[in-house]
Design a protein around this ligand. Structure first.
Ligand SMILES: [Zn+2]
Length: 488
């Protein structure tokens, strides 16, 4: 009889991919799931009785690129965090940096149309960091409509990166909303040729900006229909706001026609981005029903008093993160919209997490727990705990199995085109990577709020990445950095 390296024993194993929902043991050897059954014997045993044992969660939308943010995500059940929406260019630099310092959870990157365009059109060398695009948010040079020869150069860089293992193409077109629609279609076509998905932060909807070169939702589904590229529509909740029903109708029409379009959402009414973003300019805020006080500077906690203050902050601190309160979470109508965005069709749960910012400007990446000085959008620490609390336990809107599916095999499959490594994620079957979470469905809860922003989720007793514990008995394993690259 086999003796496994580790056995997670006696829990309720829920694996939506295989349909298994039964009390069983999970045997792990060599970083992979080796067996699911009863009476398994292991060199080490984790007691999971009375708990749910599920595949580790796969986050399609994480901007976390450092240890503290990824630890917050691990406490929230995430074992694989992928930077796909903005992406990184060149991806090799991003993978090298992550491997050098180590990561607590698995990581992977799409290439970045935005950063490649910043380099070619804006003349700023891209370094493979998120800050490339963030610090250029209020720099119009790279956001202008570009002549065809320059667009060709951007596409060439993107194609090089796809050949170098990028997971897809991040198209944050919402941050350069006046580019020609043709350029967007050409990028999608390049992704289709490489057999990889694209990930879009949509530009404005016509309801928000009648002068937009093309409706943001229409653009995504049209590119899918015209090029055959798999177009993933990022955070439909935040870019649709109160026009969610219309956006869903646009997506449904495309799906009915067989276009490869997928969606994701997070369970919050506020976003988080650089305060210099084009769509936060004082003269366009009203289109989204926002006012300067809807914008809250993260590090200082200050809501902008008026257009003048917002303008000054954008000019002087354009890359500083800010909350964008696009829905009031205390309003029942807003709660309905958030729920609707999460429940639509095959919408994956995805956090849009980002690394905390230290108010004092100094941080020790290995320090834990995080100091009160570390601030982030609460979705970094709480998206998945909040989903399980709100949508499963408190409202019953989703069964536990369906919620787990939307956090595991659904996102893994969305990102899997051209990325065989993802076929081993989001599953608890022999041969799958041993990314496993053990949690208490009766108590699991988010704890991060807009005022206590980085308080970790509780209820995940064990979080294993490649068979190695990052969270054990609800506590961080301080030196554990078992994260591995996911690369095409
Ligand atoms: Zn975004």
């Amino acid at each position: 009889m086999s003796i496994y390296d580790l056995v997670v024993a006696g829990g309720r194993v829920v694996d939506p991919a295989s349909g298994v929902d039964a009390v069983a043991d999970v045997g792990i050897s060599g970083g992979r799931v080796a067996a699911v059954g009863t009476g398994l014997r292991g060199t080490r045993v984790v007691d999971a009785r009375g708990r749910v044992v599920a595949p580790g969660f796969v986050d399609l939308h994480s901007h976390c690129d450092d240890i503290p943010g990824m630890r917050l995500q691990a406490f929230d059940g995430v074992t694989t965090a992928l930077e796909l929406e903005v992406g990184m260019y060149p991806v090799s630099a991003a993978y090298e940096r992550a491997a050098l310092t180590g990561r607590p959870i698995n990581y992977g990157f799409a290439t970045s149309w935005g950063a490649a365009r910043l380099q070619v059109v804006g003349g700023v060398k891209a370094t493979g960091m998120l800050s490339d695009v963030f610090t250029a948010m209020n720099v119009p040079a790279w956001q202008r409509a570009a002549e065809p020869a320059l667009v060709e150069q951007v596409i060439a860089l993107v194609e090089e990166d796809l050949a170098d293992g990028a997971l897809g193409v991040g198209i944050p077109v919402g941050y350069a909303p006046s580019i020609a629609p043709e350029e967007y279609v050409r990028i999608a076509a390049a992704a289709a040729r490489a057999g990889r998905p694209t990930y879009t932060h949509a530009r404005e909807l016509v309801e928000q900006d009648p002068d937009t070169p093309i409706d943001g939702a229409e653009e995504i589904v049209r590119a899918a229909g015209e090029t055959g590229a798999h177009m993933h529509y990022c955070h439909v909740n935040s870019t649709s706001g109160r026009h969610l029903d219309r956006v869903h109708a646009t997506v449904s029409r495309a799906l009915a026609a067989g276009a490869p379009v997928t969606t994701e959402a997070y369970p919050y009414g506020s976003g988080w981005t650089g305060i210099g973003a084009a769509f936060l300019a004082p003269d366009v805020l009203h289109r989204r029903g926002l006012t300067p006080s809807s914008i809250q500077h993260l590090a200082s906690g200050r809501r902008m008093a008026d257009a003048a203050e917002l303008e000054r902050m954008r000019a002087e601190h354009g890359a500083d993160p800010a909350f964008v309160h696009f829905l009031d979470e205390s309003d029942p109508g807003a709660q309905d919209l958030i729920r609707k965005a999460m429940l639509f069709g095959d919408t994956a749960v995805a956090s849009d997490a980002g690394d905390p910012v230290w108010r004092s400007g100094t941080k020790d990446p290995m320090a834990w727990p995080l100091s009160a000085d570390a601030v982030a959008h609460p979705r970094t620490a709480g998206t998945y705990g909040r989903t399980l609390r709100l949508l499963v336990r408190e409202t019953g809107a989703l069964s536990l199995t369906e919620a787990i599916r939307r956090c595991t095999v659904l996102p893994a499959d969305i990102a899997a085109s051209g990325v065989p490594a993802l076929a081993r994620k989001g599953r608890l079957q022999p041969g799958a990577d041993a990314d496993v979470v053990v949690f208490d469905p009766d108590t699991v809860t988010d704890n991060a709020t807009y005022t206590d922003t980085t308080r970790p989720t509780t209820g995940f007793d064990h979080v294993l990445v490649g068979g190695e514990a990052v969270v054990r008995d609800g506590e961080l394993v301080p030196d554990a950095l078992p994260g591995r690259p996911v690369r095409a």
